[in-house]
Design a protein around this ligand. Structure first.
Ligand SMILES: Cc1cc2nc3c(=O)[nH]c(=O)nc-3n(C[C@H](O)[C@H](O)[C@H](O)COP(=O)(O)O)c2cc1C
Length: 140
């Protein structure tokens, strides 16, 4: 059975809603799926999973959340070469620049994207949640 992790940070719950839908998609496709906050995940856990979805909203000025998510992700990066991953997150007033930067960073790390990066404006609507579920399915 394929083993998937969905690892996210969320301040006000929007990215958490996305993460739940991603996990539901992976489970619907038959994967065993762990839904974890960034505080619950460490780099030495990367190899325990066949695929990982990372979720983080746009924070600061178009960057990843800097106190918890970014340090965790930076620690994981050396282990992500050749790893099947997906990235997603919610944003507010910007145009998704943080996700473009994050995508380029992942590409430089040598990841294998299971799906295109996914962004939702603030609270994900029904269509956004359906996209999250599809992203979860693509991880399996
Ligand atoms: C401190 C802070 C910084 C933010 N910076 C950005 C930003 O640079 N660009 C943007 O589009 N939205 C920004 N936002 C808006 C959040 O990305 C948006 O509200 C998102 O839905 C929050 O997701 P969450 O509920 O998972 O925390 C910021 C919000 C906060 C609180």
């Amino acid at each position: 059975m394929s083993k998937v992790a969905v690892v996210y940070w969320s301040g006000t719950g929007n990215t958490a809603l996305m993460a739940q839908a991603v996990a539901e998609g992976a489970k619907a496709k038959g994967a065993e799926c762990d839904l974890l906050t960034s505080a619950e995940f460490t780099a030495d856990m990367v190899d325990n999973y066949d695929a990982i979805a990372f979720g983080c909203p746009a924070m600061g000025a178009e960057v990843l959340e800097e106190s918890e998510f970014e340090p965790m992700f930076a620690e994981c990066e050396p282990a992500l070469n050749g790893k099947k991953i997906a990235i997603f997150g919610s944003y507010g007033w910007g145009s998704g620049e943080w996700m473009d930067t994050w995508e380029a960073q992942c590409q430089a790390d040598g990841v294998v994207f299971a799906a295109a990066p996914l962004i939702c404006h603030e609270t994900p609507d029904e269509a956004g949640l359906a996209d999250c579920t599809a992203l979860g399915e693509a991880l399996v």
